[in-house]
Design a protein around this ligand. Sequence first.
Ligand SMILES: [Zn+2]
Ligand SMILES: [Zn+2]
Length: 285
Amino acid sequence: MLWCKRIWRQPMNLFMFSVFHIATASIYWLVSREDATLFNGSWLLFHEVLTTFLLFSVLSNLWALILTDPTPRKIIFTENDHIEKGWDVCNTCEAYRPHRAYHCLTCRVCVLKRDHHCYFAGNCVGYSNARYFYGLLFYTLLSLTYTNLISLEYLIKTTLLNPLQVFVSFFAPIPAAIAGFLHEDFVVLFVSTISLIALGYTCYLVLLHSGSFASGITLTEKNREKESYKERYRNGIFENIREIYGSNWPIAWISPLIPSSLRSNGAHFPHPKTRRANLSSSIRK
Ligand SMILES: [Zn+2]
Ligand SMILES: [Zn+2]
């Protein structure tokens, strides 16, 4: 299967994919074990439902991102498509490629409206799966914010209470265990710290990708193309949300399981010259 090959062929993909699953499971374990101490009654039920929903949302978006093929493989082009629309040639694939498609060296194929290669999913983020990438980012940020709200106070208090033992347990856990100096809550402290670092990294990713989300200009275009090129495809944020989430955009962001058809197949963006002609004719009207 294609998605298996994508992950297994690249050591980096496999490593990041495994780390993400282990970290997600550990963080879920950390927040769900707080049931008895922090919550009771209806709050306990709210906590359990919320954490399970967040875990499901993070993993379902990740898997939808992995399983959706962002390449032009399944699209049938007419013989004259490339001539009519002025597509250029990818020298590596030795094939014509639509406007806004770029070659990924990791996936070894051209990707439609390519944004970037996501190592956590082992797949490129492009036109057909951008929705799942932004969903993954959104729910990861929400999950980690909630986790840190619960665990941060405990982490700070425990560290201040016995900083030397926490420090030694962290940086030399095996010698500390042999010497009987390992902190009794070492695993909880470790997962809490991972959650805090992961929240910082997720905030960085949100900042990095917020520009593309708001403008419609992909990260690849932002880094490689001139301003005059970017102007051709710049969208407003609401227009871009419709393009990413498709016909059911008001509810499609909630879950990857909500069906929502995209406007096109990702291969037929207007030719820059055509678009410019349309714009000038609409201004004339
Ligand atoms: Zn290519
Ligand atoms: Zn890729």
